[in-house]
Design a protein around this ligand. Structure first.
Ligand code: VGL
Ligand code: ZN
Length: 214
């Protein structure tokens, strides 16, 4: 039933605000939900992340006068893409999607990120300036996890940086290609994210292949 005892599934930012119709809707983001639910059944260790911003977060275009989503600014020394208001703490759009909430008992821990208004936090492990950690790295280490499979939204932002940080921490890292979708501010960003993960040493697999390997 369970794949690798020491492999954990990381579900990145599967929240209503990132689904089609949401303020930062990822095209076909909803198509990954059934795939993720199938994956959950097959992993003993599952963790999820939640993008979790205060209303005055510096990544929101609305908090910078004269700026529009998609523009890039300097935010406390880091390049920052400006986004529509999304995943405001405690709002409905920031909750885990209902299908995940129903499976709360299978989720070992939820790590929230992006709560510091001065810095964005794409990765499930560290903020974008690598000034702070979410605790996920220690959580995995404490359970002897040496390998992670990553899915969720969005491939070209939070999923990509989660995978790259996992690799930098020495974790064997697999991206589950059919369990993620890109937002693609620029066409091709999704494919470029896959290539960046592969170049950094990550494996790219379809869920069917991953699950048949067990
Ligand atoms: C994300 C942009 C802003 C993501 C989060 O989950 O990929 N993207 N905040
Ligand atoms: Zn965000």
């Amino acid at each position: 039933m369970t794949r690798n005892n020491n492999q954990a599934l990381i579900i990145v930012d599967l929240q209503p605000d990132f689904l089609p119709g949401g303020p930062l809707g990822v095209p076909e983001g909803d198509a990954i939900v059934p795939v993720v639910l199938e994956l959950i059944k097959r992993f003993e260790l599952v963790v999820a992340t939640q993008d979790w911003h205060p209303a005055d977060h510096g990544s929101f275009a609305a908090n910078h006068s004269g700026r529009a989503p998609g523009e890039v600014i300097d935010l406390h020394g880091l390049d920052q893409v400006l986004w529509p208001v999304h995943c405001v703490q405690d709002s409905e759009g920031a909750q885990l999607v209902p299908e995940l909430r129903e499976r709360e008992a299978q989720i070992g821990a939820v790590f929230r990120k992006g709560s510091d208004k001065r810095t964005d936090s794409y990765s499930a492990f560290f903020d974008n300036g690598k000034r702070g950690a979410t605790g996920l790295g220690e959580w995995l280490e404490a359970r002897g996890v040496g390998s992670v499979a990553i899915c969720g939204l969005a491939l070209d932002y939070c999923v990509k940086f989660t995978a790259l940080d996992a690799l930098s921490l020495g974790l064997e890292t697999t991206l589950i290609r059919d369990a993620t979708r890109p937002v693609e501010l620029e066409p091709g960003d999704g494919q470029r994210a896959i290539e960046a993960i592969r170049e950094a040493g990550g494996e790219i697999l379809d869920s069917a292949t991953l699950l048949s390997e067990a």
